[in-house]
Design a protein around this ligand. Sequence first.
Ligand SMILES: C[S@@+](CC[C@H](N)C(=O)[O-])C[C@H]1O[C@@H](n2cnc3c(N)ncnc32)[C@H](O)[C@@H]1O
Length: 253
Amino acid sequence: MGTSEPAHPSHGHASSSPTAAASSAAERPAERPPVNLWTSNEHAQDYLGRADSILHRGEGESVLLELIPRTAGRILDLGTGDGRLLALVKTELARAEMAGNGHPQIEAVAIDFSPAMLEAAHKRFTHDSSVKVLAHNLDDALPAIGKFDAVISSFAIHHLVHERKRALYAEIYGLLSAGGVFCNLEHVASPTEPLHEDFLHAIGYTVETEDPSNKLLDVETQLRWLRDIGFVDVDCHWKWRELALLAGVRAAA
Ligand SMILES: C[S@@+](CC[C@H](N)C(=O)[O-])C[C@H]1O[C@@H](n2cnc3c(N)ncnc32)[C@H](O)[C@@H]1O
């Protein structure tokens, strides 16, 4: 998502997708290391200051909440930020519990690598011992943290390079219990540059001011990856321009 940092041509449209023809190593210019500004305190605070005003996000979050099994007992939130999405899911599941069809004891793990975000998440869940906030860089393989009934994420995984996104999706599949769901409310690539620019304009940014940490990837590639990995009932359940809710289920055994 946007920031006032200068742009870097890493927003990953069709031409830079993993399906694009690769040039030989000898032809390629020296690759710049992937940019990820999210460990900067300023970057995190800038986002937290405008997180509530991201256009249409509430619609995507509402659909995501519908997809979480009401009986889910263990939840994992990847790139949790200040724990906003996890808090919404926990509230929804607590409601189900009150109505008599939820899990009596929910546990959650919230992962991030930004010191400012980890502090904000700790603060949000300070009186909630059911949530473990874990410092971990998603560029690295997920640690062994048990099985989950739902793995959720919002606007985080697009900061990883495409190869790592694909590997992470496979790790998520491995962490899900049978019948468990993966819900990724994500910032995805537009199919064309004009559509990308329109989106940026709609959210008050330009190609010069968009977040250079973004490594956007199209919806179709990501849905295909999820199916190839073994997820079933894979779909894009909601979309507004470059904001999309991708989800898949680990089939019941
Ligand atoms: C746009 S914020 C979204 C935060 C939160 N999920 C929300 O919806 O408000 C992106 C989050 O992804 C986290 N993030 C980005 N790259 C990461 C990485 N390599 N490892 C762990 N967290 C990462 C950032 O620190 C930040 O908290």
